[in-house]
Every structure is written in structure tokens, then in C-alpha cells.
Design a protein around this ligand. Sequence first.
Ligand SMILES: C[C@](O)(CO)[C@H](O)COP(=O)(O)OP(=O)(O)OC[C@H]1O[C@@H](n2ccc(N)nc2=O)[C@H](O)[C@@H]1O
Ligand SMILES: Nc1ncnc2c1ncn2[C@@H]1O[C@H](COP(=O)(O)OP(=O)(O)OP(=O)(O)O)[C@@H](O)[C@H]1O
Length: 291
Amino acid sequence: MSVVGGNGAAWPAPGKLNLMLRIVGQRPDGYHLLQTVFQFIDLCDWLSFDVNDHGAVALANPLPGVPAEEDLTVRAARLLQAETGCGKGVTISVDKRLPMGGGLGGGSSDAATTLVALNHLWGLGLDAGRLQALGLGLGADVPVFVNGVAAWAEGVGEVLTPMNLPEPWFVVMAPDCHVATGKVFSAPNLTRNRVPIKIEDFPALWQGNDCLEIVSQMYPPVKAALDELGAFSEGAKLTGTGACVFAAFGSESVAEEAARALRGRWRLWVTKGLNRSPLLARLSERQGLEV
Ligand SMILES: C[C@](O)(CO)[C@H](O)COP(=O)(O)OP(=O)(O)OC[C@H]1O[C@@H](n2ccc(N)nc2=O)[C@H](O)[C@@H]1O
Ligand SMILES: Nc1ncnc2c1ncn2[C@@H]1O[C@H](COP(=O)(O)OP(=O)(O)OP(=O)(O)O)[C@@H](O)[C@H]1O
């Protein structure tokens, strides 16, 4: 059976950029305590959900190299079933636009969109706080995607304070390498003990990324991307642990100009920074349609 929205228009799962990332400690379980600023971009994966009554959760088009059982959308759907006892199932299809392992948080965003969409389509009635707590079990970046508002984040990324940031145009470049997040966080010479700063200290006091030096050393294509993009803007930055690098521009046309010079040699996108995730608009639209 298909419900309203089941086979209809797709749900967005936007990427994110870490506009800065500071490592201020480490938990006993090894996870690092961060301070970071998340902003969404209008480059999105697009997910469709075909709901069924028999409880099966399946993927219409599994991602190459990711077993279905490990796919974060499948895990998110199963988690919702386990939490609520819901007997409905779903076939999920993902139109993948975000580069995988690029630091844009695509897997986490897909998981968040699945939680939000199925909460609605399965009629579960969980509130946003509950969905964020569930999402945290799937990945540190999931809560901010569920919340859908640009944020200052602490803890491992789950303690969120909304931020109203400028929304520039970005050039985002994906160097041809896959950065393993765990490998970066386990590097012996990673800076792990920065003094915490305050939300109002961004961006004046600090807008760096503590992973940048290690990642540049370990992955020469990331260093090359930072250097090339840096020639077109005041500062090219790394998002998360990479591999993607980005720079902000005052207008779409200036961003396009830089992109034109780099396109061909680099996989890149011109995309707008967003303080509000398009997922929230999609949800309101669906809710509006069904009252
Ligand atoms: C760096 C960020 O992109 C910032 O937004 C995220 O915190 C990364 O989140 P993520 O990709 O969801 O990372 P996970 O898949 O949860 O973690 C991969 C591995 O990186 C290490 N890890 C990750 C996040 C964190 N705050 N501390 C860590 O030490 C852990 O060894 C973990 O096993
Ligand atoms: N739906 C999914 N989309 C992408 N990756 C997934 C998905 N489900 C599971 N994965 C696994 O998660 C890994 C990391 O994917 P992702 O694209 O989220 O990395 P990322 O952008 O570097 O994330 P982050 O910025 O949170 O570190 C992939 O290499 C893949 O093995």
C-alpha cells in the first residue's frame, strides 16, 4: 500500500558544512568533544518512501559498497519500528547527490530525513526531541539534521544552540579521496585540548578546523584542493574531517566565476548556505496537505 506522500514527491536530505571545528576534549569511550558550527547547504540527497502494511524494510536502490543492513536509512527505519512497535514497513529509494565520506554528512542526513518522514508517514507522533535522541544513536551528526536549524554544537555535536548566520554562496570541492573519520580522530598528533570558546567568539576569534592539518598531511588531494580554492577566496576550509573543502562568496555570480576556473579539474558544486533545512519545509508542506 502507498500512503499520501509514499510514492509522491521526494523528501530532501541536505548536506552540512562545519564552518569551524574545535576539539576541546575526549570522552572515556574515545569520542571527541567538539565545538562546531553547522550550516546546511541546498545540495541534497532526495529520498522517497513507499510505505507498506507488512513491516518489511527494504531499499529500492542499495548504495554501491554499503550492505543494506548497514545503510543508515534502513537502520533509522528499523530503529523507529523497535522503539514504537510500529508494524508498518517501507521501501526507501535514495537519489544520492552528496559525495559519500566527504564530510557533508550525507549518511547522517539521510538517516535524519528517514526518521522525520517515517514519523509522519507511519503516524507515530514522536516529538522532535525524541527523534533527535534516537538519531544520536545512529551518528553524532544526525540530531542537527533532525532539528533542521543552523547551530552551534557541543558535546559530540548533539548539544545544539540555534544560530542565525549569513547565508553565503559556497563553492564546495570534493577531492578524489575518501577520508576515514575514525582514522583522523585516532591520529596521535591531533590537537585534542583546545580551550572552549563561546558562541559569540565565532567567527571573530576562531573559524579554523582542528582536523585540517592532519587531514592535509594524510591526504595530499585535500591539501591541493585547499590551495587551489584558497587562490579564489580569503580562506578555503575543510568540512568535518573532509574530504570536501569549501569557500564562501558574496554572490552566486562570484562563486560561479571561481567554479568556472576550477571545474574540469575538480568535482565541485556551487551551493547556497541555509539556516533552515529544506526538510522542515517539506514536513510542514506534507502536514498541511493532510489536515
Ligand atoms: C567530524 C564530524 O563530521 C563533525 O560534524 C562528525 O562529528 C563526524 O560524525 P560521523 O561521521 O557521524 O562520525 P561517526 O561515524 O559517528 O564516527 C566515526 C569514528 O570517528 C571517531 N569520532 C567521531 C566523532 C567524534 N566526535 N569523535 C570521534 O572520535 C570515532 O572513532 C568514531 O568511531
Ligand atoms: N545512506 C547512506 N549514505 C551515505 N553513506 C552511508 C549511508 N548509509 C551508510 N553509509 C556509510 O557511512 C559512511 C559515511 O558516509 P557519509 O557520506 O555520511 O560521510 P561523511 O559525509 O564524511 O559524514 P560526516 O560528515 O558525518 O563525517 C559511508 O562511507 C557508508 O559506508
